[in-house]
Ligand binder design. Structure first.
Ligand SMILES: Cc1cc2nc3c(=O)[nH]c(=O)nc-3n(C[C@H](O)[C@H](O)[C@H](O)COP(=O)(O)O)c2cc1C
Length: 339
């Protein structure tokens, strides 16, 4: 149970070999190309983009490009689509395939934002099983690569139709199913229920990825063992500890590793956030520094800082109290690791 690239793939997605059992979950505003790349280099077995709203794609919104950029070393890379119109999704998939050549497409059946579900997209589509079939049928005609789905348990506790939806998706060509083991109504509250992951694993002929509430390596092992799933997707837990993909818990990450990560990530993010990387980086900054008990005033200064060089000075003052002395060396070593 590790992420080493041994000869035999852990599983495959419609013929695409996948090595490893931990996967970064797609997260809007988090799994941008920089973070995806870092997690891949640390051991995440594959990448899935933040959702691409195909309505927006048709309108040529610039942000799509930053979501779909990936390096050759990041393959297998999947582009995730979100919409409620099978034909529009298929047309968008064809356009994305022509331009970016992702290895596979993933259908978002899990987004629970009201504006999305109210138009029957994301988890809202789980309420119209016939549309799920139609999405897979249209997509398969449009692109020559595997198509996967990421779903929830169902809309609410009175409509737990994950099995029906997964079986429809697979019957219509889905090559992998990821299950976020919550209902749409639960959003991100309560506790993920892993038993349905085991149920899907037992009945589906394609790889099953379990997801929900894994924040450390013991939980990842537990989910794999309890459900027999092929891999575990880690979402929010990865935001504070991307080293989990190297099977390292947060308390096993040294200040040098964490400082090196932060410098590298900030630098990489600049390419994908033309309006400035400091703002989107703050989400990570807070999560990364949390275990160090940084005094509130010092943390606030970092979270409101508008100049990169000043932020680095402030970071160095935090990390010097953690015993780190050679900042440039820590940054260099992490950069080398990412090559
Ligand atoms: C900020 C945020 C953004 C998310 N964006 C997406 C998304 O774009 N596509 C998707 O399928 N799921 C998205 N999710 C759901 C996650 O992929 C994952 O299913 C969920 O966070 C549960 O896993 P966790 O308990 O490990 O965080 C998002 C979750 C969060 C917290």
């Amino acid at each position: 149970m590790d992420n080493s690239t041994a000869n035999a793939p852990t599983f495959s997605i419609g013929g695409i070999p996948v090595f490893g059992q931990l996967i970064l979950a797609p997260m809007d505003g988090i799994s941008d190309p920089a973070f995806r790349w870092i997690t891949r280099r640390l051991g995440s077995a594959l990448s899935i983009s933040e959702f691409v709203n195909t309505l927006d794609y048709a309108n040529q919104k610039h942000y799509q490009k930053s979501r779909l950029s990936f390096r050759a070393g990041e393959r297998p890379f999947g582009a995730q689509l979100l919409d409620n119109d099978p034909v529009r999704m298929a047309e968008c998939a064809a356009a994305i395939y022509a331009e970016y050549r992702p290895d596979f497409f993933d259908i978002n059946l899990g987004c629970c934002t009201a504006s999305v579900t109210s138009r029957g997209a994301g988890a809202g589509m789980m309420r119209t099983p016939e549309k799920v079939a139609s999405v897979f049928q249209e997509m398969r005609k449009a692109v020559p690569v595997p198509i996967t789905a990421k779903l929830r348990l169902g809309w609410d506790d009175d409509s737990l139709n994950y099995r029906e939806i997964a079986e429809i998706a697979v019957a219509n060509g889905a090559s992998m199913i990821a299950l976020h083991a919550r209902t749409a109504k639960m959003a991100y509250t309560g506790k993920a229920r892993w038993r349905p992951i085991a149920e899907l694993k037992a009945c589906l002929p394609v790889p099953v990825v379990g997801n929900g509430d894994v924040t450390n390596t013991a939980q990842a092992r537990q989910l794999l063992e309890e459900t027999g799933c092929d891999a575990v997707m880690v979402g929010r837990g990865a935001k504070s500890n991307p080293f989990i993909f190297n099977w390292q818990d947060r308390d096993q990450v040294s200040p040098a590793e964490l400082y090196g990560l932060m410098r590298y990530q900030l630098e990489e993010m600049k390419a994908f956030h033309p309006a400035g990387a400091l703002l989107p980086f703050r989400k990570f900054l807070k999560a990364y520094l949390e275990p160090y008990g940084v005094p509130a005033g010092q943390l606030k200064a970092m979270l409101t800082c508008k100049e990169e060089h000043r932020l680095i000075e402030l970071l160095e003052s935090v990390f010097s109290t953690q015993g780190l002395e050679d900042f440039e060396r820590a940054a260099r070593e992490f950069r080398t690791r990412m090559q």
